[in-house]
Design a protein. Structure first.
Ligand SMILES: Nc1ncnc2c1ncn2[C@@H]1O[C@H](COP(=O)(O)OP(=O)(O)OP(=O)(O)O)[C@@H](O)[C@H]1O
Ligand SMILES: [Mg+2]
Length: 619
């Protein structure tokens, strides 16, 4: 595209007096095609141009980038943008270049020639660049600091913008240690204004950011977190016949809209995307277990609409800047409201109506709680992290559970979590709780019954002592625990997951169980049909997965309670998805159902003694 003439007449750009609102709006129109500034954009721009530090809190999709892109066009010198992700930088530089604005980014992915050209330009001081995007790691290097000081001494460094600034705070949900190194910037370059931008910063994070960066008398701008164009809904896995079918129908019913589905685990992403693809939905998995090439192909295909749905872990994070995402689903409950807000906020960045649907499952809830407690314990053992951060992550998670289990306005709950008090009328029925309160209340009642039944079973489901020899407790094989922990500092930070590999391959006892399982469902179908209940099919692959998780949770709790090393526990436990799914069935079925099933079984069923292991106490 032909380069546009200099953004502003030299005279205006080099004048000491910051340009007025009309001039800035003219730049917005001419270079970005927008007619007016959004809330807080103009104030942030004018603070930057007048040399004042600014902390700017704007919702996801609120237009934070404009707050440093306009000053780059309105003032002599270069705007340095510090960004946590190369993908984010690439994205923005590409968009700016398409608009004829001279921008570059420095990172390991750039060719040495490009890197050299940029460094030469910085050194010689004849700048054509208006914006330079860099990572916090590069800014912290002495060599680059020296370059910045030289630029500054020539009056060519007009602003330093720090995007996703919440990463500097360990209280935030995306802490990046590299961001801590930015706290020397103010000392090194005291009269260069700092513009700190984020979409999610609870009051504690905001305070931490301002102190860590040493902002001087900063202008604090807080736009509302509200995303009026997003409809919020919670669906309950435990009272839904089959979550996958429900999710498939949801996506199908929306047509071929661009969507994201977030899952906790890589394996869930793989299974779910395979399931959806098998049923004709164009989708792909995206997680840190894929190599870079696969990940960038998936991202390219999704950005260019060759793929409709991405099924991703939290690795599909910041920097995904597709404007027309119409649906963001959470297949598992996120670990905090901040994560949920960021992820669901990827919907509707073009301000058109979009949806956030969260599938809430009691198992997921317990599992996430276990992970946060466990991760915290791990961190505590290996470092001096106070248990305050463990308490905080559990408190953050509790907010997420309250959001799911509450019957009040979802929007109100989200905004309150970020310290924003709003009236219920703000929502205008753009969440399920306001739109259909009776349905949400009924679902919560059903969920309540389900979980209290389950609680009774779980509390009585006592892991027998190790000595208790039973049908399921005499495995000799060693279990290998593969713990997949991913460094939290890279941009594929994912929830820590511990995976226990199935020990059994096609053992005859398993076949017996599976045959019994199928016979049971075959017997029960006519009765269920007569009772007008939906037909229960034999355990599906994903359900097996869920049952496996349940079993691993139960084992881990046994480990916690009994102190028996999990490996020893596993040695006795027959571990396989068939067993786990039966455990799951056993733990949620009535005594009568179990008796019916046991009666239907061939006489091979193990001796009554072993049956007692898993029979829940009378409900
Ligand atoms: N004044 C404006 N008028 C209309 N659209 C705007 C305006 N400012 C920004 N936008 C558009 O809003 C979208 C989101 O902008 P931007 O990427 O800067 O948001 P953000 O606040 O950085 O979001 P996130 O928190 O997700 O990073 C972009 O498509 C951008 O072009
Ligand atoms: Mg942004």
């Amino acid at each position: 595209m032909k380069k546009l003439p200099l953004p502003l007449k030299e005279a205006v750009r080099s004048s000491k007096k910051p340009p007025g609102k009309e001039v800035l709006e003219e730049l917005l129109r001419r270079h970005f095609g927008h007619s007016h500034f959004r809330t807080k954009q103009l104030e942030a721009i004018q603070a930057a141009l007048s040399g004042r530090d600014c902390f700017c809190l704007m919702p996801t999709g609120g237009g934070k980038s404009m707050c440093y892109q306009i000053p780059a066009l309105a003032k002599v010198g270069i705007v340095l943008v510090i960004s946590p992700l190369i993908a984010l930088m690439e994205n923005q530089v590409k968009t700016l270049k398409q608009k004829g604005i001279s921008a570059e980014y420095l990172s390991s992915t750039q060719t040495p020639q490009v890197r050299e050209k940029i460094h030469d330009e910085l050194d010689c001081g004849k700048l054509s660049l208006r914006l330079l995007y860099v990572t916090p790691e590069l800014v912290a290097t002495p060599g680059f600091k020296a370059k910045l000081s030289k630029l500054h001494s020539r009056g060519l460094l007009s602003l330093i913008a720090i995007d996703e600034v919440h990463c500097i705070s360990s209280w935030g949900h995306d802490f990046r240690p590299a961001y801590r190194k930015l706290s020397s910037l103010k000392n090194d370059l005291p009269d260069v204004p700092l513009l700190a931008l984020t979409a999610t910063a609870a009051p504690k994070v905001e305070k931490d950011v301002i102190e860590s960066l040493g902002l001087r008398n900063p202008l604090i701008l807080r736009a509302s977190f509200n995303r009026p164009n997003i409809f919020y809904e919670v669906r309950y896995k435990d009272i839904t016949d089959d979550t996958n079918t429900d999710l498939f129908n949801l996506i199908k019913s929306r047509g071929s809209v661009c969507s994201i589905i977030y899952c906790h685990e890589r394996s869930t992403c793989d299974d779910l995307s395979a399931h959806l693809r098998k049923n004709g939905i164009s989708c792909a998995a995206y997680h840190a277990g894929l190599n870079n090439k696969t990940r960038s192909n998936v991202l390219d295909d999704w950005i260019s609409s060759r793929t409709q749905v991405v099924v991703a872990t939290v690795a599909f994070g910041m920097g995904i800047d597709r404007k027309d995402v119409r649906l963001v689903c959470h297949y598992n409950i996120p670990k905090s409201m901040e994560s949920f807000y960021q992820e669901s906020g990827r919907a509707g960045r073009d301000n058109f109506s979009s949806e956030s649907v969260l599938y809430y499952g009691l198992d997921d809830c317990r599992r996430m709680e276990f992970i946060l407690r466990n991760a915290g314990a791990k961190r505590q053992k290996s470092s001096t992290v106070s248990d305050a951060s463990v308490k905080k992550s559990l408190a953050d998670f509790t907010q997420m559970v309250e959001y799911c289990e509450g019957s009040g306005c979802r929007r109100k709950k989200i905004l309150e979590c970020f310290g924003e008090q709003v009236s219920g009328s703000l929502c205008r029925k753009t969440c399920d709780a306001c739109k259909d309160p009776c349905n949400v209340a009924a679902s919560l009642r059903k969920l309540g019954h389900f979980s209290s039944n389950r609680q009774r079973v779980d509390s009585s489901m006592d892991f027998p002592s190790v000595a208790h020899e039973t049908e399921f407790w005499n495995r000799e094989e060693e279990e290998d625990l593969s713990e997949e922990s991913i460094s939290v500092s890279d941009d594929e930070a994912e929830v820590v997951n511990i995976r226990i590999k199935p020990t059994m391959q096609g053992d005859s006892r398993m076949e017996l169980l599976q045959r019994a399982e199928e016979r049971y469902y075959a017997n029960s179908c006519p009765k269920r049909k007569a009772a007008g209940l939906s037909e229960k099919k034999a355990i599906s692959g994903t359900l097996r997965e869920a049952a496996k998780q349940r079993m691993s949770n139960a084992l881990k709790q046994a480990h916690e309670r009994l102190g028996i090393p999990i490996v020893r526990l596993l040695r006795q436990v027959f571990y396989n998805s068939q067993v786990a799914s039966t455990v799951r069935w056993l733990s949620s079925s009535s005594h009568e159902q179990i008796d019916v099933r046991l009666g239907a079984l061939s006489p091979l069923w193990p001796s009554p003694k072993s049956r007692m292991i898993f029979l829940p106490s009378p409900l």
